[in-house]
Design a protein around this ligand. Structure first.
Ligand SMILES: Nc1ncnc2c1ncn2[C@@H]1O[C@H](COP(=O)(O)OP(=O)(O)O)[C@@H](O)[C@H]1O
Ligand SMILES: [Mg+2]
Length: 454
């Protein structure tokens, strides 16, 4: 019997992040917040303020400044930062770091901050390169015997012809180009581009000429026209990299043979001298008009975890010429600045506070909590009864929104275990007993601390 087993499509693995429902700030053209839009609910003033910030960033009027999102836990500070990133679009770098992360790596904390800052500054580089471009009309590969294996033939060189609408030129190309072409499955009738300096070959697509002649039903690929103009031409390429990418590139080329072999690793500290040279190089390119700097956003969450040393480092960075826009977030009011015994608003030094635009997030009303929970349930594909949603809303209002959000997926698991696809109030009640919110958990543990001290 022939063995045929049907393949059941594997379940799509979806990791649903806590902010995956946020698609933007949900503002209209006049920067007014719509009540519910782009996954955002309520918190209108903060969203409108964030909308102005986005405009200022795009207009290049924010460089060297900083913003502070301050408000109680679970009021959407991180959600708003994520929304700002979405509004800025793909080319603008957005880097997130939590205050505690600067202590967790093998690197010095100022180095962690510096790397994050340099990742948050983009550079758009324009390169003009000489390329040979055209439709491949001849591809004759010459092979030779393998140097170590006499039974094997390997490509040695090739004669190729590239044609445009106006001319046709032939070249002899060496083995590395031939191998690259063969590996990409390039054949006569493809439109290709070869970098004159490096020999890098790019397949641009199938030429319309051959597609029309021989290939009636296409290969699922839309043919492209045969290029016009000369075969040899100057082409402009645009790359977006970050200052950190450039730092690493330089550090690696300087690290010599071993760092190339062993990758040189992300975790290495970068010599300030390398950064200085990268800055010089970028500035020179900007002056020549072949590069633009794109200041991005560095979001530093839980800022009260930073100590005085980290703060003074950040202050000095904000003064420098190449600085990203920094968005801080905190849920602390008056508190000590770490590393000192000074009390200060949000645990931040005054000189830094002076330079901040502060946006406050406020606690949600019940109807807003309900709306956010509905969006999250939808995002996590959890079906709730009206009663369950009402109960979860109450929990959100009494304890915290984050706790209520977090109960969604255990409750769905509970319902599933009992063979139901819809979560009802009992499921919420059950998981509420099983999982604590932070306040309850702290109170519980504290009880035993007191017991042990007695
Ligand atoms: N206004 C809002 N609209 C939609 N979702 C929100 C809103 N505010 C918070 N959330 C969601 O609620 C949860 C808790 O908010 P979060 O941004 O983590 O709060 P914070 O950073 O202030 O502690 C997250 O899943 C977040 O995406
Ligand atoms: Mg947060």
């Amino acid at each position: 019997m022939a063995s045929i087993t049907p393949v059941t499509p594997s379940k799509k693995f979806a990791r649903v992040g806590a902010h995956s429902h946020i698609r933007g700030l949900g503002l209209d053209d006049k920067l007014k917040a719509k009540p519910v839009a782009d996954g955002m609910v309520g918190q209108t003033e903060a969203r409108e303020a964030a909308g102005i910030i986005v405009r200022m960033i795009k207009a290049g009027k924010m460089a060297g400044r900083a913003i502070l999102l301050a408000g109680p836990p679970g009021t959407g500070k991180t959600a708003i930062a994520v929304a700002i990133a979405r509004e800025l679009g793909r080319d603008v770098p957005f880097i997130t770091l939590s205050g505690s992360e600067i202590y967790s790596s093998e690197l010095k904390k100022t180095e962690v901050l510096m790397q994050a800052i340099r990742k948050a500054i983009g550079v758009r580089l324009h390169e003009t390169r000489k390329v040979y471009e055209g439709e491949l009309t001849q591809f004759d590969v010459r092979t030779t015997r393998h140097p170590y294996n006499p039974y094997q033939q390997v490509p040695e060189s090739a004669r190729i012809t590239l044609a445009t609408k106006s001319e046709s030129r032939s070249f002899n190309v060496g083995s590395s180009i031939v191998v690259s072409m063969l590996n990409q499955g390039i054949r006569v009738g493809d439109v290709i581009q070869i970098d004159a300096e490096t020999g890098r070959v790019i397949r641009l697509g199938r030429s319309e000429e051959v597609a029309e002649k021989y290939e009636i039903a296409g290969y699922g690929e839309k043919p492209i026209p045969r290029p016009s103009g000369p075969v040899e031409k100057e082409k402009e390429f645009v790359y977006v990299v970050t200052l950190h990418d450039l730092d690493q590139l330089h550090a690696q080329s300087r690290g010599g043979f071993f760092s190339l072999l062993f990758g040189g690793g992300e975790t290495k500290e970068i010599d300030p001298e390398i950064r200085r040279r990268v800055d010089e190089y970028v500035k020179q390119r900007v002056e020549e008009g072949t590069a633009e700097i794109i200041p991005g956003v560095f979001f530093l969450d839980d800022v009260s975890m930073l100590d005085i040393e980290a703060f003074s480092f950040l202050s000095s960075v904000m003064e420098s010429e190449l600085a990203p826009i920094i968005i801080f977030a905190t849920n602390r009011g008056m508190t000590t600045i770490r590393g000192t015994d000074l009390q200060a608003p949000h645990g931040m030094p005054l000189d830094l506070l002076d330079r901040l635009l502060i946006i406050n997030t406020r606690l949600y009303r019940e109807d807003e909590i309900r709306e956010i929970l509905k969006i999250r349930a939808n995002e996590e594909e959890v079906n709730l009864t009206e009663e369950a949603l009402g109960y979860l809303t109450k929990i959100g209002a009494e304890t915290s929104l984050r706790y209520a959000v977090q109960l969604l997926s255990p409750a769905a698991e509970k319902a599933k275990a009992e063979g139901r696809s819809i979560v009802d109030k009992e499921d919420i009640e059950a998981v509420k007993e099983l999982f604590s919110d932070v306040r309850k958990s702290v109170e519980y543990v504290k009880q035993y601390e007191e017991y042990l001290l007695r």
